[in-house]
Design a protein around this ligand. Structure first.
Ligand SMILES: NC(=O)c1ccc[n+]([C@@H]2O[C@H](COP(=O)([O-])OP(=O)(O)OC[C@H]3O[C@@H](n4cnc5c(N)ncnc54)[C@H](OP(=O)(O)O)[C@@H]3O)[C@@H](O)[C@H]2O)c1
Length: 250
């Protein structure tokens, strides 16, 4: 299930970050940023080739990486990932939860119910699943959870879709309940809400934006900077919610 790199044999150094959706877009950018700031990064996603490419980048910059291919909708996969992190590095200090999906059919008129379930399962239930399994480890480290939600999870966005909007809006509540219930253990959660970001995620829109529209959007690196700010905040600081959007956001 996981591949240990040569670096795993070395004396542990930095804090440990588990990134879902780590093979592309904001997950990849956050992993690279964190690695360059001394974090060891564990990467989860369904496409091993994409994870391997990111791992090469991490290693090229001198970072430590653990490849954990898997589907966040699978309790078996997620449990194996959490176990592998514990076995390899013996600690967990942060989560960046970027795995997510949408679909082109987004209205009550054209949505598919199975697709609706899949979106809610990926964007909401899987976030809860990973947090649930990671919390015992995060409590020990007073860890930080960054949930990559959406502008649509902060303010209703008509084009985002029925299932997507509902799933991302619920992430605000999930983060609030974490912050209300886990303060004593020092665990902090951030509901991070990006506006339009130029990633491959845009291919799931009913009308895929062209180069000109993408040129005024955020980049994955813009969001990674915000994620790094949250991860690097002192232990007594909680960033409850962070909305980051391009100037052109409607
Ligand atoms: N791009 C935007 O405009 C935008 C704006 C606001 C919020 N967001 C949110 O930002 C997050 C990251 O998206 P992105 O824009 O960076 O696009 P992206 O590159 O498409 O990232 C999504 C990642 O999620 C992974 N993923 C999807 N389903 C998964 C599953 N079942 N199990 C494991 N991994 C899964 C994908 O990898 P595999 O396919 O290999 O599994 C992919 O790496 C998403 O949650 C999205 O909702 C995006």
């Amino acid at each position: 299930m996981h591949e240990l790199t040569a670096e795993d044999q070395r004396e542990p150094r930095g804090p440990v970050l588990w990134v879902t959706g780590g093979g592309s877009g904001m997950g990849r950018a956050s992993a690279l940023s964190a690695a360059s700031h001394g974090w060891r990064v564990a990467l989860t996603g369904r496409r091993p080739t994409r994870l391997r490419a990111v791992a090469q980048e991490v290693k090229a910059s001198g970072g430590e990486v653990l490849l954990l291919p898997g589907d966040v909708r699978s309790i078996e996969n997620v449990t194996e990932c959490a176990t592998a992190i514990e076995r390899s590095w013996g600690r967990l200090d942060g989560l960046v939860l970027a795995a997510g999906m949408n679909a082109p059919r987004r209205t009550w008129q054209d949505q598919d119910l199975q697709e609706l379930r899949d979106i809610v399962e990926t964007n909401l239930v899987s976030v809860a699943r990973v947090v649930h399994l990671a919390l015992p480890h995060l409590r020990r480290s007073a860890g930080t959870i960054v949930v990559i939600s959406s502008y649509a999870g902060w303010r209703f966005s008509a084009g985002a879709g029925v299932a997507y909007s509902a799933s991302k809006t619920a992430l605000a509540s999930l983060c609030q309940s974490l912050n209300a219930q886990e303060a004593a253990s020092g665990v902090r959660a951030c509901h991070l809400c990006p506006g339009d970001v130029d990633t491959e995620f845009l291919a799931q829109r009913p009308e895929v934006p062209g180069a000109q529209a993408r040129s005024v959007m955020l980049t994955a690196n813009d969001v990674a900077r915000a994620v790094q700010f949250v991860l690097d905040s002192p232990a007594h600081v909680r960033v409850d919610e962070l909305v980051i959007s391009p100037v052109s956001q409607h």
